[in-house]
Design a protein around this ligand. Structure first.
Ligand code: AMP
Ligand code: MG
Length: 402
Protein backbone atom coordinates (compact mmCIF):
# COMPACT_ATOMS: atom_id res chain seq x y z
CA UNK A 1 0.00 0.00 0.00
CA UNK A 2 1.39 3.44 -0.96
CA UNK A 3 0.78 6.53 1.15
CA UNK A 4 0.71 10.18 0.05
CA UNK A 5 0.90 9.62 -3.72
CA UNK A 6 0.90 12.25 -6.48
CA UNK A 7 -2.19 12.73 -8.68
CA UNK A 8 -0.45 10.93 -11.58
CA UNK A 9 0.60 8.02 -9.36
CA UNK A 10 -2.92 7.75 -7.92
CA UNK A 11 -4.36 7.39 -11.45
CA UNK A 12 -1.61 4.95 -12.41
CA UNK A 13 -2.21 2.75 -9.35
CA UNK A 14 -5.99 2.85 -9.76
CA UNK A 15 -5.68 1.82 -13.42
CA UNK A 16 -4.09 -1.46 -12.28
CA UNK A 17 -7.51 -2.42 -10.84
CA UNK A 18 -10.03 -2.45 -13.63
CA UNK A 19 -13.73 -3.11 -14.05
CA UNK A 20 -14.70 -6.11 -16.12
CA UNK A 21 -17.27 -4.46 -18.36
CA UNK A 22 -17.96 -6.51 -21.49
CA UNK A 23 -19.80 -5.16 -24.54
CA UNK A 24 -23.33 -4.78 -25.87
CA UNK A 25 -24.88 -3.77 -29.18
CA UNK A 26 -26.95 -0.58 -29.29
CA UNK A 27 -28.71 1.22 -32.11
CA UNK A 28 -27.90 4.71 -33.34
CA UNK A 29 -30.58 6.43 -31.28
CA UNK A 30 -29.00 5.16 -28.04
CA UNK A 31 -25.39 5.87 -28.94
CA UNK A 32 -24.81 9.35 -27.48
CA UNK A 33 -22.08 9.35 -24.80
CA UNK A 34 -21.30 5.65 -25.25
CA UNK A 35 -17.81 4.36 -26.00
CA UNK A 36 -17.08 2.24 -29.07
CA UNK A 37 -15.89 -1.28 -28.25
CA UNK A 38 -14.70 -1.87 -31.82
CA UNK A 39 -13.35 0.20 -34.68
CA UNK A 40 -15.74 1.08 -37.49
CA UNK A 41 -14.73 0.67 -41.13
CA UNK A 42 -17.04 2.45 -43.55
CA UNK A 43 -19.46 0.20 -45.43
CA UNK A 44 -19.70 2.72 -48.27
CA UNK A 45 -17.71 5.32 -50.17
CA UNK A 46 -18.68 8.88 -49.32
CA UNK A 47 -19.67 10.35 -51.72
CA UNK A 48 -20.81 7.10 -53.31
CA UNK A 49 -20.50 8.67 -56.81
CA UNK A 50 -19.29 11.93 -58.36
CA UNK A 51 -22.04 14.49 -57.78
CA UNK A 52 -22.72 18.20 -57.96
CA UNK A 53 -22.18 20.53 -54.98
CA UNK A 54 -24.47 23.15 -56.61
CA UNK A 55 -27.77 23.52 -58.42
CA UNK A 56 -26.81 24.37 -62.03
CA UNK A 57 -25.51 22.83 -65.22
CA UNK A 58 -23.04 19.99 -65.82
CA UNK A 59 -20.85 20.98 -68.76
CA UNK A 60 -17.56 20.31 -70.58
CA UNK A 61 -15.10 22.95 -69.38
CA UNK A 62 -13.48 23.02 -72.84
CA UNK A 63 -16.68 24.74 -74.13
CA UNK A 64 -15.94 27.80 -71.96
CA UNK A 65 -13.36 29.71 -73.98
CA UNK A 66 -15.53 32.86 -74.04
CA UNK A 67 -17.47 34.56 -71.27
CA UNK A 68 -20.86 33.53 -72.71
CA UNK A 69 -21.59 30.03 -74.04
CA UNK A 70 -24.79 28.61 -75.52
CA UNK A 71 -25.29 24.84 -75.08
CA UNK A 72 -27.93 22.27 -76.01
CA UNK A 73 -29.87 20.80 -73.06
CA UNK A 74 -29.72 16.99 -73.18
CA UNK A 75 -31.11 15.90 -69.82
CA UNK A 76 -31.70 16.50 -66.12
CA UNK A 77 -29.98 14.89 -63.14
CA UNK A 78 -31.71 15.02 -59.75
CA UNK A 79 -30.67 13.76 -56.32
CA UNK A 80 -31.92 10.21 -55.92
CA UNK A 81 -32.46 9.95 -59.71
CA UNK A 82 -30.89 7.62 -62.25
CA UNK A 83 -27.51 8.19 -63.91
CA UNK A 84 -28.12 10.89 -66.58
CA UNK A 85 -27.04 10.40 -70.22
CA UNK A 86 -23.45 11.15 -71.20
CA UNK A 87 -22.81 14.64 -72.58
CA UNK A 88 -20.45 15.74 -75.32
CA UNK A 89 -18.97 19.10 -76.27
CA UNK A 90 -21.72 21.62 -77.06
CA UNK A 91 -24.17 19.98 -74.60
CA UNK A 92 -25.30 20.67 -71.02
CA UNK A 93 -27.23 18.63 -68.44
CA UNK A 94 -29.33 20.37 -65.82
CA UNK A 95 -28.18 19.15 -62.40
CA UNK A 96 -29.24 19.53 -58.74
CA UNK A 97 -27.15 19.45 -55.58
CA UNK A 98 -26.24 15.85 -54.73
CA UNK A 99 -27.28 14.54 -58.16
CA UNK A 100 -24.95 12.22 -60.13
CA UNK A 101 -22.62 13.83 -62.68
CA UNK A 102 -23.21 12.76 -66.28
CA UNK A 103 -20.24 11.06 -67.94
CA UNK A 104 -18.34 13.51 -70.16
CA UNK A 105 -19.02 16.54 -67.90
CA UNK A 106 -16.10 17.91 -65.90
CA UNK A 107 -17.45 21.20 -64.50
CA UNK A 108 -20.53 22.97 -63.13
CA UNK A 109 -22.00 26.38 -63.96
CA UNK A 110 -24.28 27.63 -61.17
CA UNK A 111 -27.98 28.12 -61.94
CA UNK A 112 -27.74 31.85 -61.15
CA UNK A 113 -25.55 32.24 -64.28
CA UNK A 114 -27.96 30.57 -66.71
CA UNK A 115 -30.92 31.41 -68.89
CA UNK A 116 -33.04 28.76 -70.64
CA UNK A 117 -34.74 29.30 -74.00
CA UNK A 118 -36.37 26.25 -75.59
CA UNK A 119 -33.81 23.43 -75.65
CA UNK A 120 -30.85 25.83 -75.30
CA UNK A 121 -29.23 27.31 -72.24
CA UNK A 122 -27.11 30.46 -72.25
CA UNK A 123 -24.39 30.23 -69.61
CA UNK A 124 -22.01 32.82 -68.20
CA UNK A 125 -18.76 31.23 -66.99
CA UNK A 126 -16.82 30.26 -65.08
CA UNK A 127 -17.36 26.52 -65.44
CA UNK A 128 -16.12 25.39 -62.04
CA UNK A 129 -14.45 21.97 -61.59
CA UNK A 130 -14.38 22.41 -57.80
CA UNK A 131 -18.17 22.15 -57.67
CA UNK A 132 -17.91 18.43 -58.34
CA UNK A 133 -17.80 16.27 -55.20
CA UNK A 134 -15.60 13.33 -56.13
CA UNK A 135 -16.45 9.72 -55.28
CA UNK A 136 -14.89 8.70 -51.89
CA UNK A 137 -13.22 12.07 -51.28
CA UNK A 138 -14.65 12.03 -47.71
CA UNK A 139 -14.60 8.33 -46.82
CA UNK A 140 -13.15 5.29 -48.53
CA UNK A 141 -15.17 2.09 -48.26
CA UNK A 142 -13.42 -0.39 -45.92
CA UNK A 143 -11.27 2.29 -44.30
CA UNK A 144 -11.16 2.59 -40.48
CA UNK A 145 -12.95 5.85 -39.68
CA UNK A 146 -13.74 5.66 -35.95
CA UNK A 147 -11.46 3.77 -33.59
CA UNK A 148 -12.36 1.64 -30.57
CA UNK A 149 -12.47 3.87 -27.47
CA UNK A 150 -14.18 6.78 -29.25
CA UNK A 151 -16.77 8.48 -27.05
CA UNK A 152 -19.75 9.12 -29.29
CA UNK A 153 -20.73 12.74 -29.97
CA UNK A 154 -23.61 14.05 -32.07
CA UNK A 155 -21.31 14.38 -35.10
CA UNK A 156 -19.73 10.93 -34.70
CA UNK A 157 -23.24 9.40 -34.54
CA UNK A 158 -24.11 11.08 -37.87
CA UNK A 159 -20.81 9.82 -39.27
CA UNK A 160 -21.66 6.28 -38.10
CA UNK A 161 -25.00 6.52 -39.91
CA UNK A 162 -23.23 7.84 -43.04
CA UNK A 163 -21.01 4.75 -42.93
CA UNK A 164 -24.10 2.52 -43.00
CA UNK A 165 -24.24 1.15 -39.44
CA UNK A 166 -27.68 0.81 -37.84
CA UNK A 167 -26.17 -0.48 -34.59
CA UNK A 168 -22.69 -0.84 -33.12
CA UNK A 169 -20.88 -2.61 -30.30
CA UNK A 170 -20.14 -0.41 -27.27
CA UNK A 171 -18.62 -0.97 -23.84
CA UNK A 172 -21.30 -1.79 -21.26
CA UNK A 173 -22.09 1.06 -18.88
CA UNK A 174 -20.24 0.51 -15.62
CA UNK A 175 -22.61 0.22 -12.67
CA UNK A 176 -21.06 2.36 -9.95
CA UNK A 177 -22.34 2.39 -6.38
CA UNK A 178 -22.23 5.60 -4.37
CA UNK A 179 -22.45 5.17 -0.60
CA UNK A 180 -22.33 8.13 1.78
CA UNK A 181 -21.20 7.54 5.34
CA UNK A 182 -21.80 9.56 8.50
CA UNK A 183 -24.07 9.58 11.56
CA UNK A 184 -24.85 13.24 10.88
CA UNK A 185 -26.40 12.71 7.42
CA UNK A 186 -30.12 13.12 6.78
CA UNK A 187 -31.96 13.07 3.46
CA UNK A 188 -32.78 16.54 2.05
CA UNK A 189 -36.29 17.50 3.11
CA UNK A 190 -36.23 15.52 6.38
CA UNK A 191 -36.34 17.28 9.74
CA UNK A 192 -32.87 17.91 11.16
CA UNK A 193 -32.02 17.15 14.78
CA UNK A 194 -29.18 19.02 16.48
CA UNK A 195 -25.83 18.15 14.86
CA UNK A 196 -27.37 16.76 11.68
CA UNK A 197 -26.89 18.03 8.11
CA UNK A 198 -28.34 17.21 4.73
CA UNK A 199 -26.57 14.51 2.74
CA UNK A 200 -25.51 16.13 -0.54
CA UNK A 201 -22.46 14.37 -1.98
CA UNK A 202 -24.22 11.37 -3.47
CA UNK A 203 -26.48 13.53 -5.63
CA UNK A 204 -23.74 15.45 -7.43
CA UNK A 205 -21.42 12.44 -7.66
CA UNK A 206 -24.22 10.39 -9.27
CA UNK A 207 -24.52 13.01 -12.00
CA UNK A 208 -20.77 12.92 -12.60
CA UNK A 209 -20.88 9.11 -12.91
CA UNK A 210 -23.71 9.30 -15.44
CA UNK A 211 -21.95 12.07 -17.39
CA UNK A 212 -18.88 9.87 -17.65
CA UNK A 213 -21.00 7.21 -19.36
CA UNK A 214 -21.60 5.15 -16.23
CA UNK A 215 -24.75 4.12 -14.43
CA UNK A 216 -24.85 5.53 -10.89
CA UNK A 217 -26.59 3.50 -8.18
CA UNK A 218 -27.23 5.53 -5.02
CA UNK A 219 -27.20 3.40 -1.91
CA UNK A 220 -28.84 4.52 1.31
CA UNK A 221 -26.26 6.42 3.40
CA UNK A 222 -24.74 4.31 6.18
CA UNK A 223 -24.04 5.31 9.74
CA UNK A 224 -20.56 5.34 11.26
CA UNK A 225 -20.64 1.66 12.16
CA UNK A 226 -18.24 -1.00 10.90
CA UNK A 227 -20.97 -3.59 10.60
CA UNK A 228 -23.35 -1.44 8.53
CA UNK A 229 -20.48 -0.35 6.33
CA UNK A 230 -19.24 -3.91 5.78
CA UNK A 231 -22.75 -4.97 4.85
CA UNK A 232 -23.20 -2.08 2.42
CA UNK A 233 -19.82 -2.64 0.73
CA UNK A 234 -20.49 -6.34 0.30
CA UNK A 235 -23.94 -5.70 -1.18
CA UNK A 236 -22.50 -3.06 -3.53
CA UNK A 237 -19.63 -5.33 -4.58
CA UNK A 238 -22.02 -8.11 -5.58
CA UNK A 239 -24.24 -5.77 -7.60
CA UNK A 240 -21.87 -3.17 -9.09
CA UNK A 241 -18.67 -2.88 -11.12
CA UNK A 242 -17.13 -0.32 -8.75
CA UNK A 243 -17.87 1.42 -5.45
CA UNK A 244 -17.47 5.04 -4.40
CA UNK A 245 -17.90 5.94 -0.77
CA UNK A 246 -17.88 9.42 0.69
CA UNK A 247 -16.63 10.31 4.15
CA UNK A 248 -14.79 8.34 6.78
CA UNK A 249 -11.34 8.16 5.22
CA UNK A 250 -9.37 10.57 7.42
CA UNK A 251 -7.61 10.13 10.74
CA UNK A 252 -10.71 10.51 12.93
CA UNK A 253 -11.91 7.99 15.50
CA UNK A 254 -15.05 7.26 13.44
CA UNK A 255 -13.39 7.12 10.00
CA UNK A 256 -14.50 3.54 9.47
CA UNK A 257 -14.09 3.34 5.69
CA UNK A 258 -10.32 3.63 6.12
CA UNK A 259 -10.27 1.31 9.15
CA UNK A 260 -12.37 -1.38 7.46
CA UNK A 261 -10.34 -1.20 4.23
CA UNK A 262 -7.09 -1.43 6.21
CA UNK A 263 -8.25 -4.44 8.18
CA UNK A 264 -10.41 -6.38 5.74
CA UNK A 265 -10.01 -4.83 2.28
CA UNK A 266 -7.14 -4.65 -0.17
CA UNK A 267 -5.80 -1.06 0.01
CA UNK A 268 -3.68 0.15 -2.90
CA UNK A 269 -3.12 3.74 -1.81
CA UNK A 270 -4.17 6.22 0.86
CA UNK A 271 -3.88 10.02 0.66
CA UNK A 272 -3.09 12.05 -2.45
CA UNK A 273 -0.84 15.13 -2.63
CA UNK A 274 -3.63 17.47 -3.62
CA UNK A 275 -5.60 20.27 -1.98
CA UNK A 276 -8.50 20.02 -1.60
CA UNK A 277 -9.01 16.26 -1.68
CA UNK A 278 -6.05 14.95 0.32
CA UNK A 279 -7.54 11.97 2.21
CA UNK A 280 -8.89 9.53 -0.46
CA UNK A 281 -8.12 5.86 -0.52
CA UNK A 282 -8.30 3.30 -3.29
CA UNK A 283 -8.36 -0.47 -3.18
CA UNK A 284 -10.55 -3.50 -3.75
CA UNK A 285 -13.41 -4.92 -1.72
CA UNK A 286 -14.18 -8.54 -2.64
CA UNK A 287 -12.23 -7.93 -5.87
CA UNK A 288 -14.28 -4.85 -6.81
CA UNK A 289 -12.46 -1.49 -7.18
CA UNK A 290 -13.39 1.03 -4.49
CA UNK A 291 -12.57 4.71 -4.12
CA UNK A 292 -12.98 6.12 -0.64
CA UNK A 293 -13.72 9.78 -1.36
CA UNK A 294 -13.45 12.41 1.37
CA UNK A 295 -16.67 13.60 2.99
CA UNK A 296 -16.12 17.30 2.47
CA UNK A 297 -18.39 18.19 -0.45
CA UNK A 298 -15.79 20.11 -2.48
CA UNK A 299 -13.13 17.47 -1.86
CA UNK A 300 -15.24 14.54 -3.03
CA UNK A 301 -16.27 16.41 -6.18
CA UNK A 302 -12.71 17.49 -7.00
CA UNK A 303 -11.29 13.99 -6.40
CA UNK A 304 -13.90 12.66 -8.80
CA UNK A 305 -12.91 15.20 -11.49
CA UNK A 306 -9.17 14.61 -11.10
CA UNK A 307 -8.85 10.90 -10.25
CA UNK A 308 -12.10 8.94 -10.71
CA UNK A 309 -13.03 10.46 -14.11
CA UNK A 310 -9.73 9.52 -15.81
CA UNK A 311 -9.96 6.06 -14.24
CA UNK A 312 -13.46 5.55 -15.69
CA UNK A 313 -12.24 6.78 -19.12
CA UNK A 314 -9.41 4.25 -18.92
CA UNK A 315 -11.88 1.47 -18.13
CA UNK A 316 -14.08 2.44 -21.06
CA UNK A 317 -11.08 2.21 -23.39
CA UNK A 318 -10.62 5.94 -24.04
CA UNK A 319 -7.31 6.22 -22.13
CA UNK A 320 -6.67 7.70 -18.71
CA UNK A 321 -6.02 11.15 -20.12
CA UNK A 322 -9.40 11.61 -21.76
CA UNK A 323 -11.61 13.54 -19.37
CA UNK A 324 -15.16 13.80 -20.62
CA UNK A 325 -16.02 16.27 -17.84
CA UNK A 326 -13.92 19.21 -19.03
CA UNK A 327 -10.72 20.39 -20.65
CA UNK A 328 -7.26 21.52 -19.62
CA UNK A 329 -6.54 25.16 -20.55
CA UNK A 330 -4.20 28.07 -19.75
CA UNK A 331 -5.81 31.13 -18.17
CA UNK A 332 -4.59 34.53 -17.01
CA UNK A 333 -5.17 35.18 -13.31
CA UNK A 334 -6.77 38.44 -12.21
CA UNK A 335 -6.39 37.69 -8.51
CA UNK A 336 -3.36 36.19 -6.76
CA UNK A 337 -3.78 32.67 -5.37
CA UNK A 338 -1.72 30.95 -2.74
CA UNK A 339 -0.35 27.49 -3.56
CA UNK A 340 0.05 24.56 -1.17
CA UNK A 341 3.29 23.15 0.17
CA UNK A 342 4.01 19.64 -1.23
CA UNK A 343 0.59 19.46 -2.89
CA UNK A 344 -1.04 20.33 -6.19
CA UNK A 345 -3.35 23.24 -5.42
CA UNK A 346 -6.80 23.13 -6.99
CA UNK A 347 -8.40 26.46 -6.11
CA UNK A 348 -11.78 27.24 -7.55
CA UNK A 349 -11.55 29.88 -10.29
CA UNK A 350 -13.98 31.38 -12.76
CA UNK A 351 -12.81 31.44 -16.35
CA UNK A 352 -14.28 33.88 -18.84
CA UNK A 353 -13.19 34.63 -22.35
CA UNK A 354 -12.19 38.25 -22.98
CA UNK A 355 -10.48 39.72 -26.07
CA UNK A 356 -9.17 36.31 -27.25
CA UNK A 357 -7.83 35.56 -23.77
CA UNK A 358 -9.06 33.33 -20.96
CA UNK A 359 -9.28 35.33 -17.73
CA UNK A 360 -9.51 33.65 -14.30
CA UNK A 361 -11.02 35.26 -11.20
CA UNK A 362 -11.87 34.01 -7.72
CA UNK A 363 -15.09 34.86 -5.90
CA UNK A 364 -16.06 32.96 -2.78
CA UNK A 365 -14.57 31.42 0.33
CA UNK A 366 -12.48 28.43 -0.78
CA UNK A 367 -13.13 26.04 2.14
CA UNK A 368 -13.47 22.39 1.15
CA UNK A 369 -16.84 22.30 2.92
CA UNK A 370 -18.25 25.12 0.78
CA UNK A 371 -20.10 23.47 -2.11
CA UNK A 372 -21.21 26.94 -3.22
CA UNK A 373 -17.61 27.59 -4.32
CA UNK A 374 -18.13 24.98 -7.06
CA UNK A 375 -21.22 26.81 -8.26
CA UNK A 376 -19.73 30.31 -8.16
CA UNK A 377 -16.73 29.12 -10.21
CA UNK A 378 -16.29 26.91 -13.28
CA UNK A 379 -12.69 25.67 -13.12
CA UNK A 380 -9.82 24.53 -10.91
CA UNK A 381 -6.35 26.05 -10.84
CA UNK A 382 -3.60 23.47 -11.22
CA UNK A 383 -0.73 24.99 -9.27
CA UNK A 384 2.32 22.72 -8.82
CA UNK A 385 3.39 22.03 -5.21
CA UNK A 386 4.85 25.02 -3.37
CA UNK A 387 3.99 27.55 -6.09
CA UNK A 388 1.99 30.74 -5.44
CA UNK A 389 0.52 32.48 -8.48
CA UNK A 390 0.52 36.27 -8.90
CA UNK A 391 -2.14 38.37 -10.59
CA UNK A 392 -1.35 38.65 -14.33
CA UNK A 393 0.29 35.22 -14.49
CA UNK A 394 -0.86 32.47 -16.86
CA UNK A 395 -1.63 29.22 -15.08
CA UNK A 396 -2.83 25.71 -15.97
CA UNK A 397 -6.46 25.04 -15.17
CA UNK A 398 -9.15 22.40 -15.54
CA UNK A 399 -12.33 23.94 -16.93
CA UNK A 400 -15.26 21.64 -16.30
CA UNK A 401 -18.31 21.36 -18.57
CA UNK A 402 -21.42 22.90 -17.04
P1 AMP B 1 -15.60 12.96 6.95
O1 AMP B 1 -14.72 12.78 5.74
O2 AMP B 1 -16.50 11.82 7.18
O3 AMP B 1 -14.76 13.31 8.14
O4 AMP B 1 -16.50 14.23 6.64
C1 AMP B 1 -15.93 15.47 6.43
C2 AMP B 1 -16.99 16.54 6.41
O5 AMP B 1 -17.86 16.32 5.30
C3 AMP B 1 -17.88 16.56 7.62
O6 AMP B 1 -18.17 17.90 7.93
C4 AMP B 1 -19.13 15.83 7.18
O7 AMP B 1 -20.26 16.21 7.90
C5 AMP B 1 -19.23 16.22 5.73
N1 AMP B 1 -19.88 15.19 4.92
C6 AMP B 1 -19.56 13.89 4.94
N2 AMP B 1 -20.32 13.19 4.08
C7 AMP B 1 -21.17 14.08 3.52
C8 AMP B 1 -22.22 13.98 2.55
N3 AMP B 1 -22.53 12.81 1.98
N4 AMP B 1 -22.87 15.11 2.20
C9 AMP B 1 -22.53 16.29 2.76
N5 AMP B 1 -21.55 16.45 3.64
C10 AMP B 1 -20.88 15.37 4.05
MG1 MG C 1 -17.73 11.14 8.65
Amino acid sequence: MEKGVSVERAIELACKSTMNLGTETVDLSKLYGRTLAESLNSKVDDPRFDNSAMDGWAVCSSDFLNEITVLKIVGTSKAGGKQPPEIRTGQACQIMTGAPMPAGADAIVVVENSQVKGDKVTLIGPANKNYIRKKSENLLRGEETLSAGTRMSAASISLTATMGFAEVKVVKKPKIAIISTGDELKSPGAELLPGEIYESNSYGISVLIDKMGGHAIRFEPVTDSVNSLREALTAAASECDAILTSGGVSMGEWDFVRKLMEEEGDMKFWRIQMRPGGPPLFGEWNGVPIFGLPGNPVSSHVVFLMIVAPWISFNLGSGAHANALGKYVRAKLQDPIAGAKNKICLRRIKITSKNDELIATTHTHQGSGNIHSLVAHNALSILPPGIDARAGENIDAFWWNE
